[in-house]
Design a protein around this ligand. Structure first.
Ligand SMILES: Nc1ncnc2c1ncn2[C@@H]1O[C@H](COP(=O)(O)OP(=O)(O)O)[C@@H](O)[C@H]1O
Ligand SMILES: [Mg+2]
Length: 364
C-alpha cells in the first residue's frame, strides 16, 4: 500500500504542493516550522479522516482561506485509486474516490492505511488513559474501517446521556433509551478493542525486545473501571449486555453525579513490562521503547490483516532517541513499507532513503 503522489491546495502552510514520494523510505528534512509535520498530517488524514494533532478540520485550511483540497493517487494490491477530499470552513467535508462522490466520507477509510508515530506518542505509556483508549480505537479503524462509525456513535451516545443527566431530570424511561444506545455502540467498541488487544498483544513483546534489546515479557491488557473482562471471543451483543447491566447498577449514582460513570470511555488499556505496570514501574527509556513497540506492532498487525504493509509515518522521532534505541528502531522498521520520516537534523537519522528538502512551502 503506498502513496504514489500527493497534491495539496491551501492546506495549512502549503498554497500549492505536488509531491511524489518514493515507494521505500523517504526522509523529509527542513528547519522547524518548514511544514514537515503538516505534510505528514495530510497523508495521515487520507487514512483516518481526522487530524492526528486532534484539531478540527477548519484548522487545516490555510489561514485566510475558506477551503482546502487534498488529492492523492494511492495504490494497493496493484490497484490504483484517486482520492480527493475538500475541507471547508463553511461546509461539511466532501470526499471522492475515482471521481465518484462518497455518500459517507467514512467509506473512504480502508482505501489507504497509515500508522503514524508523533513525538507526543513517546509519552503514551505515562500519559492518561484517554490517549491509550484513542490508540486502540485508531488501530481498530486501520484494521476494520467500519469501527469509525461505532466510535462516533458511542461518543454521541455518551454526550447525549451526559447532557440528559446534566439537565437534572430523573426520568428512567428516557434515560433507558440513552442507556440502550450507549450499550449497543459501546458493545461494538469494546468487542473491537478486545480484538485489537488480541492481535497486537503478541506482536508487542517481540517488537519491544527488538527495540530495547532486553529479554522482558511485555503485556497489553485492559482494565475496565466497571468490572467487565475483555475477552476476544465475546460478541459485541454480549458486551452490550454487560454495559446495560452496569449502567442500571450505577443509575442512582449517575443521577447524583450527573455524568456517565461506566462504559468504554472510562477504561484504561494497561501496559506492563516484566509483569509490572509500565506506567508506574518502568524507566522513561523503557516507556519510550514500549511506545515505539506498540506502533510497530500495530503496523505489523495491520499489514497481516490487510495483506500488505500500511504506510508508516515517523514524525521527528529520532531526535528524541538515544543512539542505541535509534539504531534498534532502524533495524526494526518494516522492510518493504513506504515510510516517511521527518527530521530537522538528518545526521540523527540512521536510515538510508530518498532525501527531500522541505522549505518555504516547497519540497525538492
Ligand atoms: N492553517 C494554517 N494556515 C497557514 N499556516 C499554518 C496553518 N497551520 C499551521 N501553519 C504554519 O505551519 C508551520 C508549522 O508547520 P509544521 O509542519 O508543524 O513544521 P515542522 O516542519 O516543524 O514540522 C507554522 O509556521 C505554522 O504557522
Ligand atoms: Mg514538526
Amino acid at each position: 500500500m503506498q502513496i504514489d503522489w500527493l497534491a495539496l491546495t491551501r492546506f495549512r502552510s502549503y498554497d500549492i504542493l505536488e509531491w511524489s514520494p518514493a515507494p521505500g523510505v523517504n526522509l523529509l528534512v527542513g528547519p522547524n516550522g518548514a511544514g514537515k509535520t503538516n505534510l505528514l498530517e495530510a497523508m495521515a488524514y487520507l487514512a483516518s479522516l481526522r487530524s492526528f494533532r486532534g484539531v478540527p478540520d477548519s484548522a487545516l485550511v490555510a489561514e485566510g482561506e475558506t477551503s482546502s483540497v487534498i488529492r492523492s493517487g494511492v495504490s494497493s494490491d496493484d490497484r490504483q485509486r484517486l482520492i480527493e477530499i475538500e475541507l471547508s470552513t463553511e461546509r461539511p467535508r466532501r470526499t471522492q474516490v475515482d471521481k465518484t462522490p462518497l455518500r459517507r466520507s467514512s467509506d473512504l477509510l480502508g482505501v489507504l492505511r497509515v500508522i503514524a508515530f508523533l513525538p507526543d506518542d513517546l509519552d503514551l505509556v505515562k500519559r492518561g488513559p484517554a490517549q491509550r483508549r484513542d490508540l486502540l480505537d485508531e488501530i481498530a479503524v486501520q484494521l476494520w474501517p467500519a469501527s469509525h462509525l461505532d466510535q462516533a456513535e458511542y461518543e454521541r451516545a455518551v454526550r447525549q446521556r451526559n447532557a440528559f443527566l446534566k439537565a437534572g431530570e430523573r426520568e428512567d424511561t428516557t434515560l433507558g433509551v440513552w442507556d440502550s444506545r450507549l450499550a449497543q455502540a459501546g458493545g461494538r467498541v469494546l468487542a473491537r478493542r478486545a480484538r485489537v488487544v488480541e492481535r497486537v498483544g503478541p506482536l508487542l513483546e517481540t517488537a519491544y525486545q527488538e527495540i530495547s534489546g532486553e529479554d522482558e515479557t511485555v503485556g497489553l491488557g485492559y482494565l475496565s473501571t466497571w468490572g467487565a473482562e475483555l475477552v476476544a471471543d465475546r460478541s459485541a451483543a454480549e458486551y452490550a449486555g454487560l454495559i446495560s447491566e452496569a449502567l442500571v447498577s450505577v443509575r442512582a449514582g449517575d443521577y447524583q453525579r450527573r455524568v456517565t460513570t461506566v462504559g468504554p470511555h472510562r477504561d484504561d488499556p494497561a501496559l506492563s513490562i516484566g509483569g509490572r505496570d509500565a506506567r508506574t514501574h518502568s524507566s522513561q527509556g523503557e516507556q519510550r521503547s514500549l511506545a515505539l513497540a506498540i506502533k510497530l506492532a500495530a503496523h505489523r498487525a495491520v499489514a497481516e490483516a490487510a495483506g500488505e504493509p500500511p504506510v508508516l509515518l515517523l514524525d521527528d522521532v529520532f531526535s528524541e532517541l538515544d543512539p542505541e534505541r535509534a539504531a534498534a528502531l532502524t533495524k526494526a522498521l518494516p522492510a518493504g513499507a513506504q515510510t516517511v520520516i521527518t527530521s530537522a537534523r538528518p545526521d540523527e537519522v540512521p536510515v538510508p532513503g530518498q532525501i527531500w528538502s522541505v522549505q518555504d512551502g516547497e519540497i525538492s
